[in-house]
Design a protein around this ligand. Structure first.
Ligand SMILES: [Zn+2]
Length: 199
């Protein structure tokens, strides 16, 4: 049994994002204790568990630079109708968010991020009057299981690894139950709408 966070990704088209060594067709990535320790072809790693990446691109996780993660709970509620503009919706409903609602919105965003291959995000958490004591919104991001995870079509992202933890494999989330995340977010939003008297 290999130690957690130790594995070798084999045979992918490795995009290193570095001028040297550049792209490595049919390349391997050796991860030890959550850290990349070697990149190249035919890496020697006896006894280390392998992840087959043939036919896939292997690249660093995407970086989302601007995301209001908390209001992911309000996804699709804004529109062109009078009274449904983004600022009206987010300020009216944001006013009655509890810290747990912030948590649920952010967790939903994190699940979406991991699903899409985003492993780093800048969270514009501007509903900050709700974060003064427990900072639940931020607590999500200290847990590697929730730690991001946004840019490609999610269906194209086979595997997402953060700090050596496999958060998505074979196209499915491994550390989060997406249906449960969705149910919890839906329940939180129902509470927000009720408290705001939102139709
Ligand atoms: Zn913004």
């Amino acid at each position: 049994m290999t130690e957690p966070g130790t594995f070798v990704i084999r045979g992918g088209y490795v995009i290193t994002m570095e001028s040297e060594p550049g792209d490595i067709p049919d390349g391997d990535v050796l991860v030890t204790s959550g850290r990349i320790v070697a990149v190249g072809r035919g890496l020697d790693a006896p006894g280390v568990a392998g992840i087959d990446a043939r036919g896939m691109i292997v690249l660093p996780g995407f970086v989302e630079t601007h995301w209001h993660m908390w209001n992911t709970l309000l996804r699709s509620m804004s529109g062109d109708r009078p009274g449904a503009g983004y600022f009206h919706v987010s300020t009216t409903l944001g006013r009655v968010f509890t810290p747990d609602d912030l948590y649920q919105g952010t967790r939903l965003a994190c699940a979406e991020a991991v699903y899409s291959g985003i492993t780093s995000a800048h969270d514009w958490c501007h509903n900050i009057r709700m974060v003064s004591t427990q900072a639940l919104n931020l607590a999500v991001c200290t847990d590697p299981a929730h730690m991001l995870v946004t840019a490609a079509q999610p269906a194209n992202v086979d595997t997402v690894i953060v700090d050596g933890r496999v958060l998505k494999r074979n196209g499915a989330l491994t550390a989060l139950d997406p249906l449960q995340v969705g149910r919890d977010a839906r329940d939180a939003l129902a509470g927000v709408r009720a408290r705001a008297g939102w139709p």
